[in-house]
Design a protein around this ligand. Sequence first.
Ligand SMILES: [Zn+2]
Length: 69
Amino acid sequence: MDCEEKARLVVDYEAKTARFSRAVTVLQSKMATSLKEEYDRLQRLVDEARVESEGARLALESHISEHGC
Ligand SMILES: [Zn+2]
């Protein structure tokens, strides 16, 4: 079934998931060299990106179950 809203939510979810994995990569690459403050800042960015990507996944899932698409 073609659903524009679903397509939009998928794109949003993929973008946020990609952002999350980029943030994790940056965090891991700087883990050894970062000062504590810098590390904490990156860790916060990772956490925020994870929450956003989880929120986007939930929005997609609830749309699918409500809309049946
Ligand atoms: Zn739909």
